[in-house]
Design a protein around this ligand. Structure first.
Ligand code: FES
Length: 125
C-alpha cells in the first residue's frame, strides 16, 4: 500500500468534495461538517456521475446527476438503490498534509488499463 500526499488540509472546504487523480484513478476527497475526511472513488455506482460535484449532507453525498445518496462512511448507495464506490484510507500528518492510501493491486484493477506501465503507480503527488 502506498500513501500519496495530496494537499494541505486548508485546501479542503468543509462540506465539499475535491477531485484528485492518482495513477489515473479519480478519487473524491470530502471534508465533512465535523472536520473529518473521507476518500472514495469519484464515480457514482449508477452511471458514473462525478460525486465531488454533488451536495454533501452529514456523511452522505448526493450525486449531481440523478440524486443517488452515497454513504461516505461505507461507499454504499442508500437503498433502494444498489451499488458502491470504493473507499480509501485517508490521514492528515502533523504538518496538515492530507494523504490517501492506495493498494497497488486495487489501483491496477480499478484505475489503470492493461497498456499502462507499472511505473505510473509509483508516482506520488
Ligand atoms: S449517475 Fe449518480 S445517480 Fe445517476
Amino acid at each position: 500500500m502506498t500513501w500519496f500526499k495530496l494537499m494541505k488540509l486548508h485546501d479542503l472546504e468543509p462540506k465539499r468534495g475535491r477531485k484528485v487523480t492518482i495513477a489515473q484513478c479519480e478519487i473524491g476527497i470530502f471534508r465533512l461538517y465535523d472536520g473529518s475526511l473521507r476518500a472514495i472513488g469519484n464515480t457514482c455506482p449508477h452511471r458514473q456521475g462525478s460525486l465531488t460535484d454533488g451536495i454533501v449532507s452529514g456523511h452522505y453525498v448526493y450525486c449531481p446527476l440523478h440524486d443517488w445518496k452515497i454513504d461516505l462512511n461505507t461507499g454504499l448507495a442508500e437503498a433502494p438503490d444498489e451499488g458502491a464506490t470504493e473507499m480509501f484510507a485517508v490521514r492528515v500528518d502533523s504538518s496538515n498534509n492530507v494523504y490517501v492510501a492506495m493498494d497497488d493491486d486495487m489501483a491496477r484493477a480499478m484505475c489503470l488499463n492493461p497498456s499502462q506501465s507499472e511505473e505510473s503507480l509509483s508516482t506520488k503527488n
